[in-house]
Every structure is written in C-alpha cells, then in structure tokens.
Design a protein around this ligand. Structure first.
Ligand SMILES: CC(C)(COP(=O)(O)OP(=O)(O)OC[C@H]1O[C@@H](n2cnc3c(N)ncnc32)[C@H](O)[C@@H]1OP(=O)(O)O)[C@@H](O)C(=O)NCCC(=O)NCCS
Length: 185
C-alpha cells in the first residue's frame, strides 16, 4: 500500500510559535549559520518579528507538522525592479529531530511553486555548501537545477567552503508536493 505523506502546513510565524522556535534553535548548534541564536521564549518572539516576517518583500513560512512549527522555508530578496526583476532567494532549515522525513523537500517544492505562480516570479535561486548533501537533496526535490560552483565562497571558523548554485524557473517542471497546504498571511 502506498504511504500517505505527513500533512504539512505552511503559514506565517506567530508569537505562539516561540517555544517551537526555541526548540528548533537549540536542536542543532550549526543552525546559528542560518538564523540568529534564540536564548529564551521571549527572545524567540523578537526573532520571529525581526527575522521571520511574511510580507510582500520577505516570505518566511513556518513548516507546521501536527500543530508544531518544525522548520522554515523563506523566499527573500524578492526583486521587482531592475535587470534582476522577478528573482528571489530561497533558503530552508529544520529542527534536528524531524530531519530525513522529506518534510523540508516537500515544503520547499510547494512554496517555490506558489512563489513562481502567486508572486509572479520568474526565477528562484539558492546556494548550498558542497559538503551539505541534505541541502542539495532538498534543492533537487524542490525542482532546482544546478548552475555552477562558487569556489571558496563562504568561510566558517576559518575554513572556506565551495557553494553549489541552483535555480528554478517558472517554466521548469513542477515537482510534486503532496500533502502540503499553504495559508498565506
Ligand atoms: C538541510 C535541511 C533543511 C534538510 O532537512 P531535512 O528535514 O533532512 O530534509 P528532508 O527530509 O526534506 O529531505 C532531505 C533529503 O536529503 C536526504 N539526506 C538527508 N541527509 C542526507 C545526507 N547526509 N546525505 C545525503 N542525503 C541526505 C534525504 O534522503 C532527503 O532526500 P530525498 O528527498 O531524495 O529522500 C536540514 O538538514 C537543516 O536544517 N540543516 C541545517 C540548515 C541548513 O543546512 N540549511 C540549508 C542551507 S543552504
């Protein structure tokens, strides 16, 4: 029998997600590279307001599973003018205890499809460290094609890392995203 995918809700972050955000932040010290450290539930409320808005310029969607926010998918740097009009940047993260269940891949696939269609974007971009295979798998699952390699682009703790660059165009095939519901602000 075919397995039914876990239902995933993508919606704006709320103050009531503070404990969940604190738990995500505490689950993996390496997440400090993706989001500011969160030291308390009160601090989480501030981080939600400052770092995870859902607006016309930045979309930050909480990945909610069984009522708990377990991760985030972002569409940021949305450009509406100039030669790069119609482009935006995609990023994602999840709590360590829910990884490997396909949640982020499906969530990212769905939010990117929504962004290309409902936000009228033409091209989504992302980059991941070459030594982060899970992130690369999420990008492929979400319909991104590899474009190139930015050699020694990032430095963490004195070590330089190559970054794989990817894009998904509005004209690219739409990846499946079963079980994902999007409730925008
Ligand atoms: C990257 C990250 C979001 C992936 O989250 P996740 O919950 O494991 O993602 P999913 O379960 O949806 O999918 C992961 C995919 O990676 C694969 N994967 C997981 N760990 C892997 C590993 N070590 N090597 C190879 N593939 C791996 C899974 O099999 C799955 O592939 P599939 O869709 O083909 O089955 C998570 O590890 C994370 O938050 N890392 C820290 C932040 C980060 O690196 N963000 C990305 C910055 S570019």
């Amino acid at each position: 029998m075919e397995k039914v995918p876990e239902p995933v809700l993508l919606r704006p972050w709320r103050d009531t997600d503070a404990d969940a955000l604190l738990a995500i932040s505490s689950s993996d010290p390496d997440l400090v590279r993706q989001m500011p450290p969160v030291v308390s539930a009160e601090d989480a409320v501030r981080v939600i307001a400052e770092r995870f808005p859902w607006s016309t310029e930045h979309v930050n969607a909480a990945i909610v599973v069984a009522g708990r926010a377990v991760g985030n998918v972002s569409v940021t740097n949305i450009r509406r003018e100039g030669p790069a009009a119609g482009t935006a940047w995609i990023s994602y993260l999840s709590a360590a205890d829910v990884r490997g269940r396909g949640l982020v891949g499906r969530a990212t696939a769905a939010l990117c499809t929504w962004a290309l269609r409902d936000l009228g974007l033409a091209r989504l971009e992302l980059g991941y460290r070459q030594n982060n295979p899970a992130s690369g798998a999420v990008a492929r699952r979400a319909g991104f094609a590899t474009e190139g390699l930015e050699r020694q682009k990032l430095v963490y703790d004195g070590v330089r890392y190559d970054v794989v660059t990817c894009s998904r165009l509005a004209s690219d095939p739409v990846p499946p995203a079963e079980g994902v519901t999007i409730q925008p602000a």
